[in-house]
Design a protein around this ligand. Structure first.
Ligand code: ZN
Length: 603
């Protein structure tokens, strides 16, 4: 049988896979995008559908669909395999035994539990019937929606799920780690965590079931445990990183160019039932930076349909600061007083799009909210509201926007704007520092070598007498040397003639299995990116220049090595004076030759 990762790569397109995370812009036959792995303003990540690879020229990261998903989702290889297999229409069941991480085991257990609960909802007993009745009649959910969201029922029993999953080969400990059972405080006994509850599964954006939010059946509610209990935060379930419904909403969000965030999962489910599919829910947690980053893969436009008045504007500075930080547009949807989205959607379905369209930007929203206090007769009230609004203004990272609101506030208060500037809280937002890490430096240092090799890839006939350009050993990294040598060998073996292009796939099939593959990929993309429109005449002008740069760098480096060696010899007491002098002389001779060569190069 074919290796599953090869099979997956053959069936999936690199542009489709990356396109789920980042916005790709066509660039020739390739795509460009802003890199999600470092902060940048211009797009320097290239994606090549021909070659099925990607590479970022800003931070140096690159590879295939697996490396991208692993980096993006923080997964191991088997986990990325699991994520991509269903997208490629491949069953991984045969590989479970050999290739499994703990995370995959837990996800499997959770998926089994989800199916179990779903089946229980239609079981033939009184409580299950009551649960189904509650969902259909009191929550107004259609059977289609119950299936679509995989809503289930946890029987009012201490062992049923545990027994079921143990028979499937899962251990008590795995069920504990998956948040499916609990351990009695006294002793060893395990028992089912969820009993007599309606089960709302939480999925990650890829549709993996991560945990549950469980609502007690009203007739079993003894008032002692919460109306809702959730899966505990664990290895895989973290509410501050997940949004309810995103796996169902992501396509619609992209299409609409906008996401609507509600608080309750019931609100979210009802929105989808009413045909508004770009809706997700935070479900009882505050909006986090992780949430926004997740959403930013799909859109930069966000509409909050929260109960803002009641939550006060406490959450507002947070939301404004977050949005400023990740550079997103946040609007606030205003529902008629006393209505939650669930109810509103059922009763005034046709008004929802109108409200969404009319949602003001979040600063405008708070300005209007505070306006009555800002113009109130009482000085205290004016002061408090002014202070409040100034705090919000101070969270804005955009100077122009900050200026706009200060002027607007001054107008309403009928005071000089300068007074407001002076009383602006000093907690200025910290601008995001670009992450400086090793790959960036390395790439910049390698640039002439990269370009040199990229030109040879662009015009392989120049490999014919490549050694007239540059000795391979002069390239500054072992990988570059290896690539240069391999290209020459490949060229001679294939007897390419002038005008022939390098066949990427053929080359790759021939390429020795070593670490140089990623670097080679980046060189191919560099050739596509910067050299696509060039002629061989330009190559013949540029290559000698690059050769000189590379030689100079190499000789400089060699010179500094020599001076270190000489310094070392001078301190070395173990050598006889004669011997030391001889070795130093040899080195000084080489240094002199190098200096001479460098001077010639500079002339
Ligand atoms: Zn990057």
């Amino acid at each position: 049988m074919v290796n599953p990762s090869d099979e997956i790569k053959a069936r999936l397109n690199v542009a489709d896979v990356l396109g789920e995370y980042i916005k790709l812009q066509p660039a020739g036959g390739n795509f460009k995008a802003k890199c999600p792995f470092h902060q940048e303003k211009t797009a320097s990540l290239m994606v090549s559908p021909d070659k099925q690879i990607w590479h970022c020229f800003g931070c140096g990261k690159g590879g295939d669909i697996f490396s991208f998903v692993m980096e993006m989702e923080g997964l191991t290889f088997p986990e990325a395999l699991r994520l991509l297999a269903p997208k490629a229409g491949i069953q991984l069941t045969d590989y479970r035994g050999q290739d499994n991480s703990r995370r995959n085991r837990l996800l499997d257990a959770l998926a089994e539990a989800g199916v179990f609960y779903q089946k229980q909802l239609t079981a033939n007993n009184k409580l299950a019937e009551a649960a189904l009745h509650y969902l259909r009649i009191e929550r107004h959910l259609t059977d289609d929606m119950l299936n679509y969201w995989q809503i289930g029922w946890a029987p009012n029993d201490w062992q049923m799920l545990s027994d079921y999953l143990r028979r499937k080969g899962y251990t008590e400990n795995e069920l504990l780690l998956a948040g499916l059972n609990s351990q009695a405080a006294t002793g060893q006994r395990f028992y089912d965590r969820f009993r007599g509850r309606i089960m709302f599964p939480w999925h990650d954006v890829n549709g993996n079931l991560l945990g549950f939010s469980a609502r007690v059946l009203p007739q079993l509610d003894d008032g002692k445990t919460g109306k809702y209990i959730n899966s505990p935060q664990n290895l895989i379930y973290d509410k501050s990183k997940q949004l309810f419904g995103l796996w169902r909403a992501k396509a619609a969000i992209k299409e609409a160019g906008r996401v609507i965030i509600v608080e309750g999962q019931m609100d979210c489910i009802m929105a989808h039932q009413q045909g508004f599919k770009n809706v997700v829910a935070t479900s009882g947690t505050a909006l986090t930076e992780d949430h926004l980053k997740l959403i930013k893969r799909y859109t930069e436009n966000l509409v909050l349909a929260f109960d803002m008045d009641q939550a006060g504007i406490l959450a507002a500075d947070r939301a404004i600061a977050l949005a400023s930080q990740v550079n997103m547009n946040i609007r606030v949807l205003r529902l008629p007083a006393g209505k939650d989205p669930d109810e509103f959607l059922r009763q005034h379905n046709q008004d929802w799009p109108v409200l969404v369209e009319a949602a003001p930007p979040i600063m405008e929203y708070y300005f209007q909210l505070l306006r009555p206090q800002l113009v109130a007769d009482k000085v205290e009230s004016r002061k408090a509201a002014t202070k409040r609004f100034l705090t919000l203004i101070s969270k804005l990272s955009d100077v122009v926007e900050r200026d706009y609101w200060l002027k607007k506030l001054a107008q309403v208060l009928r005071i000089e704007v300068q007074l407001l500037y002076d009383s602006l809280p000093t907690n200025q937002p910290t601008t995001n520092q670009p992450t400086t890490n090793q790959p960036i430096k390395q790439l910049v240092k390698n640039r002439p070598v990269d370009l040199f090799l990229a030109w040879l890839i662009r015009f392989p006939s120049l490999l014919d007498n490549a050694s007239q350009w540059l000795e391979p050993e002069l390239l500054n990294s072992p990988t570059a040397v290896q690539i240069y040598k391999n290209l020459i060998v490949y060229y001679n073996k294939k007897r390419l003639t002038a005008g022939d292009n390098l066949d990427y796939n053929d080359l790759l099939a021939w390429w020795p299995a070593d670490q140089s593959g990623d670097y080679l990929n980046s060189l191919f993309l560099l050739a596509d990116k910067d050299l696509a429109e060039t002629t061989i005449e330009q190559a013949l002008i540029e290559l000698p220049k690059l050769t000189r740069l590379i030689q100079r760098a190499y000789w400089h480096q060699r010179l500094s090595v020599i001076s270190q060696q000489i310094a070392g010899l001078e301190k070395d007491k173990s050598l006889s004076d004669d011997k030391r002098e001889l070795e130093i002389n040899i080195l000084m001779g080489e240094a002199e030759e190098l200096s001479q060569a460098l001077r010639t190069l500079d002339n």
